[in-house]
Every structure is written in C-alpha cells, then in structure tokens.
Ligand binder design. Structure first.
Ligand code: DAH
Length: 344
C-alpha cells in the first residue's frame, strides 16, 4: 500500500508538471483528492490493515495528500497571477489616445444675469415669487387698470401692446409690474419681493429694443418706507452688480403707478459715455424705472395708503447684461449664435 501511495503521488507530480491552466489544476484535484479520487480509494482500504500498519500508512497518506495539496496551491497561485496579468494586459487602456469630446451646454447669459441679480436682491432681504404667480398672458386689469394706467394711455395702444384673441381684454404683458398686483392682492404688508420674467412689446426692433425682453420687478411695502430707502436699495444693487466704479444717475420720470418716479441710467460701456450706436449717441443707457407706489395702486389692492407706503422698480435684464459684458446689440441674446453664446 505504501508503494501504491508513492506511485500515485509520483503520477500526480508528473501530471502537475504538465498543466498550465487553473482549469487543468481543478481536473487534477478531482482525479486525486476528491471523494472519488485515487487517495480516497486507498484510504477506504485502511480498515483491512493491522492497527500498526493503519497508523503508518494512514500517516503517510495524510502526509502525501498534504504535499499534493501544497503543490496544487503553489501552482494555483502561479497560474492565477499569470492569468490575471494576461487579462489586464488585454484590457489595458491606452491613456495616450485622444479622448471623446463631449460637448456640454452652458447657462444662457440672460439666465445667469437673472440669477446674479436675483441673488443680490435675496441678499438684501427680498424673496423671489414663483413665475406662475405673475403670468405672461395677462388681463388688462393686472397689466394696466390696477396699476393706475388710464384707459387712454398710449401704452395700451395696439402699437405698443400685443392683444390676444383669447378675449378682448387679454394681452401679452408689457411689463412685469403685473407682479406687484398679484403680490399685494389679499396680503398684508410687509411685502418685499422681486419677480423676474418675460415681457412683450410691439416695438420696431433695433440694437436696443426687441419685441420681447426680460425684466425684474421689485416691490417693498411696509410702514415708513421712503424714497431714501428706494435709493439706498438701488444704489447698493448697482454697487454690487457693477462695482463702485461705474457712473450712474437718477433721473426724474413719470409712471402712472408711482409718485414720484425716477429712472436710473448707467454709463454706456461700449463708448464710455462718448456716444455710440448702442446708446444712440447719448452716452447713457436706461436700465430701470422706479418710484414710490402710487396711493391709488395701494387702495386698489386693499392696502391703506395712510398706514403703508412702498417703493417699486422694474429693471431690464438685457440692458443690465449689455452694460456689464459689453454686448452691443440686444438681438445677440436671441439669435442663438454659438459664437456669441460660447463666450459666457
Ligand atoms: N414697468 C415699467 C416699464 O416697463 C418700469 C417700472 C417703473 C417698474 C416704475 C416699476 C416702477 O415697478 O415703479 O417701463
């Protein structure tokens, strides 16, 4: 039996020397070491031996199986490393090859400008009303009547405002000021909001004017709000948005929904005030209208003008972007020319 064992071990060693893969190793393990393997067959016959022989042959059988196990394990490790290396080499990535170019979109300049302006006002304590609270398709009541705009005001003319066919009194809003009425109706001061959105006007299109554009409306109603507060907030906004070096001016103006009213001009960045096509030779571009909310407007929404006052403003987003990034034609915002859009 001892010879038999040694013979089997010799065969196993010979088999082992000829294998080169893990799969073949597994076959050898089956052939010699499994339950039906050759060593087990021998071990089954141990019971026929004397106690003395059982001990000797048993110990030898264990020793030989252990040796074979070790040899198998060594080979296994060796083949595993080899096969892994081959696999890694085959799957190697050549990092010197040029990559695939994946073009990625970017935020439109008008969106980023709106976001920038919005966050400045948020930092000054204003909250942003959701767009659906101030619709672009609007009744004349919110766009004009409630804002104290007289029935015969030229802004209501079809030459200035787009009327829809939905109903005789439904227009595309010509200003974000409708947001003021929606923000105040049924609510109590303090009210401190801004409302960004698109407006429509029946304009002759040129470098400064388009038939739709974007505004950000602002409104602050509370006790003891003064024109000084209005100037303080707008000057702070301009200082943060443009930096302190940009010349600006407050100018007297008139709007039906504010009294007194003003406009703010910012020096033209294209010509540095000398006068050019963009500012039609004046050296200035108007960026916003503002004023103290007219008592008639407060009364219309049920706020007592003897107790409360407020200020409002409406600024042009395109104009503000043009003046910060030296965009010399408003139409560039809407042409979707990648050469323009990619710059921002
Ligand atoms: N709605 C005005 C316009 O589109 C701008 C404006 C002026 C808004 C005065 C205001 C304001 O809120 O108080 O020309």
């Amino acid at each position: 039996m001892k010879e038999q064992l040694e013979k089997i071990y010799e065969n196993a060693e010979k088999d082992l020397s000829q294998v080169s893969t893990i799969a073949e190793l597994d076959e050898i393990r089956g052939k010699y070491l499994s339950r039906k393997g050759e060593f087990n067959e021998i071990k089954k016959n141990l019971k026929n031996l004397s106690d003395e022989d059982k001990r000797i042959v048993g110990a030898l059988a264990n020793e030989i199986t252990q040796k074979l196990e070790n040899a198998l394990k060594l080979k296994h490790d060796e083949f595993y490393k080899k096969e892994l290396n081959e696999k890694l080499m085959k799957e190697r990535i050549d990092i010197t090859l040029p990559g695939k170019f994946i073009p990625h979109g970017r935020v439109h300049l008008l969106t980023s400008t709106t976001n920038e302006i919005t966050s400045i006002f948020q930092s000054l304590g204003f909250s942003v009303v959701p767009q659906h609270d101030a619709p672009e398709v609007e009744t004349e009541y919110f766009n004009f009547d409630a804002l104290n705009v007289p029935k015969d005001h030229p802004a209501r003319d079809v030459q200035d405002t787009f009327y829809t066919e939905i109903a005789p009194n439904v227009v595309l809003r010509s200003q974000t000021s409708n947001a003021q009425i929606h923000a105040m109706e049924g609510k109590n001061p303090p009210i401190r909001i801004i409302s960004p959105g698109r407006v429509y006007r029946n304009e002759n299109i040129n470098a400064r004017k388009n038939n739709f554009f974007h505004q950000i409306e602002g409104l602050y109603v509370d006790k003891d709000i003064t024109f000084g507060d209005l100037k303080g907030v707008l000057n702070e906004f301009i200082r943060i948005y443009f930096g302190s070096s940009r010349p600006t001016r407050f100018r007297n103006s008139f709007f039906p929904f504010t009294e007194p009213s003003a406009e703010v001009d910012v020096q033209c960045i294209m010509c540095e005030g000398k006068g050019c096509r963009t500012c039609s030779g004046t050296g200035w571009l108007e960026v916003l209208g503002c004023g103290m909310v007219d008592p008639n407007v407060l009364r219309e929404v049920g706020i007592d003008p003897d107790i409360y006052t407020g200020f409002a403003f409406g600024m042009g987003v395109e104009r503000l972007a043009m003046l910060k990034y030296a965009v010399d034609d408003i139409r560039l915002f809407f042409n979707n020319d990648e050469r323009f859009l990619k710059q921002f």
